[in-house]
Design a protein around this ligand. Structure first.
Ligand code: NKO
Length: 215
């Protein structure tokens, strides 16, 4: 129980680190007030890319890396050799859930936050690499064909638990992993509810490469 408490608190703290907000603020932008209003990598890249060009786009990529790394660290540290916390492997799952909740309800930004995609992906790389790989492929394929980042995230959030349940059926994973994959998937989908409304209404923003102005 002490292990669970410590893992959860550290996970929540790491997840709360508001990298999207901080990186945008370094460029003088309040990310909660522009674009989709989401402090995630997509909106930072969208908004800073428009204002500052390639440098701004790189800032968006940096937010993805930082948000993913905090999820990975929250999930991985309880599993490091030499760290003896009673329930061991399952604690990584608790750390990841706490990190995603921290990311979305950050104690540093008045309990506002992002949609949890990058943070979940970082933790899943560590804890469920196969399901994560399938999710990433679904994300890439969806984005490449539709240019909707949000739809990619939503379908990845279906693919990750689906893969995990299939692996449970194959005897290659255990129930807690499939349950956590399902919880994370549902959470990510619920966080995209405004995107879902826009997708259905046909008003969701596509992530388009700006073509250079005609000569
Ligand atoms: O601003 O509302 P917006 O259009 O920004 O943003 C919607 C977007 C929010 O998410 C992000 C993070 C972008 C990360 C993209 C990398 C995707 C790698 C996919 C790995 C699959 C893991 C899915 C985990 C679900 C449980 O969606």
């Amino acid at each position: 129980p002490v292990g669970l408490l410590v893992t959860t608190l550290i996970g929540y703290f790491l997840g709360s680190l508001p990298f999207g907000y901080l990186v945008a603020r370094a460029y003088g932008v309040d990310i909660f007030k522009v674009g989709s209003g989401n402090p995630g990598a997509t909106n930072v890249k969208r908004v800073l890319g428009e204002k500052f060009g390639p440098k701004g786009k790189r800032a968006g990529n940096l937010v993805f890396v930082l948000d993913a790394v905090k999820g990975a660290v929250a999930a991985a540290w309880p599993l490091l050799p030499g760290i003896v916390l009673a329930e061991e492997r399952l604690l990584g799952l608790a750390g990841l859930i706490a990190a995603v909740l921290g990311h979305s309800f950050s104690c540093f930004t008045k309990f506002k936050g992002g949609k949890g995609v990058a943070t979940a992906a970082g933790g899943l790389v560590v804890l469920m690499p196969v399901s994560c790989l399938v999710g990433a492929l679904v994300w890439l394929l969806t984005f490449a064909t539709t240019r909707y980042v949000s739809l990619g995230s939503i379908l990845a959030a279906v693919a990750v638990p689906a893969t995990s349940w299939f692996r449970l059926y194959q005897g290659k994973t255990s129930l807690p992993f499939s349950l956590v994959a399902t919880a994370l998937g549902l959470f990510v989908i619920i966080r995209h509810r405004e995107n879902i409304k826009r997708l259905l209404a046909g008003t969701e923003t596509k992530f388009v490469k700006k073509s250079p102005p005609a000569a």
